[in-house]
Design a protein around this ligand. Sequence first.
Ligand code: AMP
Length: 434
Amino acid sequence: MPSGQYKLEAANKAEDEIMSIQAPKGCRDIFAEEAKAVRYLEEQFSQLAEVYGFKEIRLPTFEHTELFLRGVGEQTDIVSKEMYSFTDKGGRSITLRPEGTAGVVRAYLEHGLAAEPSPLKLYYMINAFRYERPQKGRYREFQQFGMELFGSENPAAEADILSFLDSYFKRLGLKDCELVLNSIGCAECRPAFHAELQSYLRKEKDRLCPDCAERMERNPLRCLDCKLDSCQSVLADAPVPVDKLCPSCAEHYAEVKELLNALKIPYREDPKLVRGLDYYTRTVFEFHADGIGAQSAICGGGRYDSLVSSLGGPETPAVGFAFGVERLRMELEAKGIELPELLKPRLQIISFPETRAESLALAKELRAAGIYLECDLMGRSFKAQMKQANRLAAEYILIYGESELGANELKLRRMSDGEELLVARAALKDFLSQ
Ligand code: AMP
């Protein structure tokens, strides 16, 4: 498999004129084994999501820029610094989606899904785009899987979503992803808290990093999770939202925790967890993994009870999350967890020049019945074909020599123990489908 960059070499160009084309910075090709692993993660995700009663939604890759300005928040890093926006030929401002939630909410409103019985549960598997400084676990194009549950203000909605995530990670073999939990209050309790935090921060303004000094006025909550040690030491005694919740937010948060205890889902409370997007209310959470270095947040989510109405819809409570597939894969690798092989060939047909046509016809017939098999397309020697069968770990081989031409019975060799089995040609399809 070629790796790294392709060199497109124009035959008559001098060495120093060789044009080298690489993927844009922060973008990756996903192929062969990695693509297989991603497909496995998708299959497991969608299977479990359907079991939990979620339906898939496929979204456009780009949306009107306005959607993200209103849906993600103009003050966020995503909108203020990281969007891939451009003007299309019709003069519209378009943005490659930096996340999935805004698009799901747009679709929810556009298709009148608010009129459907609640809760309405959707899941998605998307690529997303952010103009970030690429580093390990941070790309400019990356994949997110996510879920959104609309219409329930009950803590059972958070519990359902967290139950799903806990099961999904366990299903993959990840046992020690840590759930970090907090509540950041609602439109009732937040203004008073904002004012209190702001007055604390104003007194410390000179000791804050330039970003926090600026955020402090527009979005003081975001200062709480600044990653810089210098800011964290300033914030050691800062007020935190969980201490200032109104009675109904406090009750809600207590119920979320009770349900998690009942579901035996362990969590750690972090009063400074706030998340980077503006739309969250009440419950916020992240899953952290210890095997992947600085970008340890695999998954982020929470409740966003005012997003639907802020995009012009009816008051609709909602809960959701998204996780990064690249980071999930990094954690699986760091923990040495091998994903099951998705597909090994059931059969490798070993052929010879005089039997090639007939063996290809047999291959076509078996493949039409959904049987994965490999056959020689290279004109390789017998030995080289056997080697290929071993490399691909084919379950059976069929040596298709002259005596097999038109024969009613064919001899399969089981590779695991060398056992030979005679199977009627007419029964081959059924035999290999089992
Ligand atoms: P967010 O939408 O910012 O809450 O991110 C949710 C999850 O998406 C994170 O926990 C990461 O796993 C993943 N993620 C976000 N940004 C990136 C990125 N630039 N590259 C790779 N994964 C990302």
